[in-house]
Design a protein. Structure first.
Length: 311
């Protein structure tokens, strides 16, 4: 545990550095927004293309892995939804809380950190988690929020979901890399080096951006935030561990990566959605802050445990 904690500390130290820089106004909110854009649209897609260009689409179709993740995630999703309904929250708010309980910071934190801690082979499985999050749960939250307001399904809603997926650079980078791989066309050396150099900025850039964005987050509604953080950091990886290790025959290494990926704190893009639709943004903000701080310990514990599965 101590050894793993020492390995994860540099990652969270960069997050802390970003937080201090923004909190002291050395790094403005505008600077944070532009750094986030750089990482989201350039650095992370470059890293994803570089890795996925060496993969095949068949490698991503791992039925036990997908079944374990979806079944456990929907269990936590429905649990968080049920608790929200019992608290007399409406459908839109319940959907946002369920998203916080289920979707982790896989893109900005998971891909760079797990690739360095668990090996570059982890990227394949982390990208599969990211794809499921975007295609299934990213679509579901929009459908629930818009559908609850309109009272019905509509073409406009489906168009919004579809355009959201098409405009997501990480999904498009994954598709581009897999198309390159399936075509049998190897990336030229200058192109490979370009993606290597640009992708290398993803890890420090993403971690610093996470910390800087936390400086503007609120810690209000701490009881609800604590519950959602508990769901995300403890219940979600616990349910996935049971599904992957006991119910579905997932191989040790991908199971370890899957459990580690689901132990990550609440994803920052949920706050963007909550703000866009004006659905409980303060609650989401607090959940991100609480879960990220607590994850310094919980993620280290989980990675220390799952490392024994394949070492």
């Amino acid at each position: 545990m101590i050894e793993v904690l020492l390995k994860t500390l540099p990652f969270f130290a960069i997050v802390g550095l970003g937080y201090v820089a923004a909190r002291t106004n050395f790094f403005s909110e505008a600077a944070t927004a532009y750094l986030t854009k750089f990482v989201f649209y350039f650095a992370l897609p470059a890293m994803i293309i570089r890795f996925s260009a060496n993969l095949s689409f068949a490698e991503l179709i791992n039925i036990p892995f997908i079944a374990a993740y979806l079944s456990a995630s929907f269990l936590i999703y429905f649990l968080a939804t049920g608790v929200a309904i019992l608290r007399r929250r409406n459908v839109a708010e319940a959907a946002v809380e369920a998203q916080c309980a289920t979707i982790g910071n896989v893109g900005f934190l998971g891909i760079p950190m797990l690739a360095m801690l668990m090996g570059p082979e982890a990227v394949l499985w982390v990208m599969l988690v990211l794809a499921i999050d975007q295609l299934v749960f990213g679509s579901l939250i929009v459908i629930l929020i818009v559908g609850s307001r309109d009272g019905r399904m509509s073409f406009g809603m489906l168009k919004t979901v579809g355009m959201g997926l098409i405009k997501n650079p990480m999904i498009m980078a994954m598709v581009a890399g897999l198309l390159c791989s399936s075509s049998g066309w190897a990336l030229p050396v200058p192109v490979t080096e370009f993606f290597d150099i640009l992708g290398a900025a993803a890890t420090p850039g993403a971690l610093f951006a996470i910390g800087a964005s936390l400086a503007s987050k609120s810690a209000e509604r701490i009881s609800v935030a604590g519950w959602l953080a508990f769901c995300k950091l403890i219940l979600h990886p616990g349910a996935v561990a049971i599904a992957a290790l006991l119910i579905f025959p997932v191989a040790p290494y991908p199971a370890a990566v899957l459990i580690a990926a689901t132990a990550l704190p609440v994803a920052g893009n949920i706050f963007i959605l909550a703000t866009h639709y004006n659905v409980a943004p303060t609650r989401v903000s607090a959940s991100i802050l609480v879960s990220t701080v607590a994850s310094v310990v919980t993620v280290s514990l989980v990675i220390a445990w799952v490392s024994a599965l394949y070492s």
